[in-house]
Design a protein around this ligand. Structure first.
Ligand code: ACO
Length: 330
């Protein structure tokens, strides 16, 4: 592809709800233990949004922080993409609600769904709009309120997830800076291992659907685990290959934050020491599409990423989906 422009991130932002739910508190409401959760997942606590809050509320706060860090105003934005599987409602899109909240009067807006890979998918979509010259400034958000789709009676899943939002501002940059290469994949045939079956056109909302608890997330954890360990390494290697780069060229890895064992296995396969890998799942659990942008924002604010670094983002999620982005940090 012979594109005229490159796309790079000039600002990041995030927002995590204030309420902290620790493993010890989960021990009181279900048959689990802090010890089990820590050793099996690495998670110690997660953030939970207030009952009144919707995903757009979190997304809006993350977007405002990203715009501030990028030193741009909302009217400069051409497009808003929100990656989420927990939208405020079926329609209008959460992106349109954010567009109204921040006053992005010149922006188009849409949601996209690839579960925990959502942010990497959205970033890659944004990249294409910039590379072709169609748009100049794009707000990309990953935002979720998983606490409202978790079955709090299912200890297999309830302990794993949390709420939050992360955002980036993507703009035209000098050639060969910013996003160097991207890779996306999917495998719908194994999609049944991670689903939310109720509430759509297959199992519409009715009493029976709710009695059967189909409006809650269902997961075959060990199948997802095996898939994740395999695909994280593959996706990382693929994006490097596309960029004609090798493992030695990676300065920092931002992996999807689902389970410390998945992250450590991926780092080992990629021969990366853990001090080059960002981990915050101990504080937040798995925040799905918000996981990668929240981690990226924290890594930037902690100065773990510096100008010129090759930063690798890798994620996997329901679908099944996976994706990776290699970014030369501006
Ligand atoms: N507390 C205590 N015991 C538990 C809990 C809990 N919260 N949850 C499960 N157990 C029990 C199980 O019942 C099982 O007991 P049994 O042997 O008597 O039947 C036992 O612990 C072991 O369960 P396993 O499934 O073998 O545990 P495993 O080591 O595989 O860890 C886990 C489970 C943490 C879910 C792991 O498989 C995992 O992380 N999978 C990946 C999940 C993931 O990444 N999901 C996000 C996908 S991204 C997206 O798009 C949303």
């Amino acid at each position: 592809m012979n594109n005229q422009y490159s796309a790079g991130i000039i600002g990041t932002g995030s927002y995590l709800p204030e309420k902290i739910l620790k493993n010890e508190e989960l021990e009181k409401i279900m048959d689990t233990s802090d010890e089990w959760i820590r050793t099996r997942t690495g998670i110690i606590s997660r953030r939970i949004a207030d009952k009144e809050m919707a995903t757009s509320d979190l997304a809006t706060k993350a977007a405002i922080n990203a715009m501030k860090n990028a030193n741009i105003t909302a009217d400069e934005l051409d497009l808003i993409i929100v990656a989420t599987v927990t939208p405020d409602m079926a329609f209008p899109s959460t992106a349109c609600i954010v567009q109204k909240n921040i006053g992005a009067v010149n922006a188009a807006a849409f949601d996209m769904e690839a579960a925990c890979t959502g942010f990497v998918y959205a970033l890659t979509i944004g990249e294409q709009f910039i590379k072709t010259g169609f748009y100049k400034k794009i707000l990309i958000i990953g935002a979720e309120i998983f606490s409202k789709i978790i079955d709090w009676e299912d200890r297999n899943t309830a302990v794993l997830f949390g709420d939050g939002a992360g955002a980036v501002i993507l703009v035209r940059t000098e050639k060969n800076t910013g996003i160097i290469s991207s890779y996306l994949g999917s495998d719908g045939k194994d999609g049944h291992v991670l689903t939310l079956p109720g509430g759509g056109s297959r199992n519409p909302i009715n009493h029976k659907m709710i009695e059967d608890r189909l409006h809650y997330l269902k997961m075959d954890g060990s199948e997802v685990f095996k898939f994740a360990v395999r695909i994280m390494g593959n996706a990382a290697l693929k994006v490097l290959e596309k960029a004609d780069m090798t493992l030695e060229d990676i300065d920092f890895l931002i992996p999807h934050q689902a389970n410390i064992r998945i992250i450590e296995a991926s780092a080992k396969r990629l021969k990366l020491p853990m001090d080059k890998v960002y981990v915050n799942l101990n504080k937040y659990g798995n925040i799905s599409a918000a996981s990668v942008p929240v981690a990226l924002d924290e890594a930037v604010r902690e100065k773990r990423i510096k100008s010129g670094d090759n930063v690798l983002l890798v994620a996997f999620g329901a679908g099944l989906t996976w994706g990776s982005s290699l970014i030369k940090w501006i």
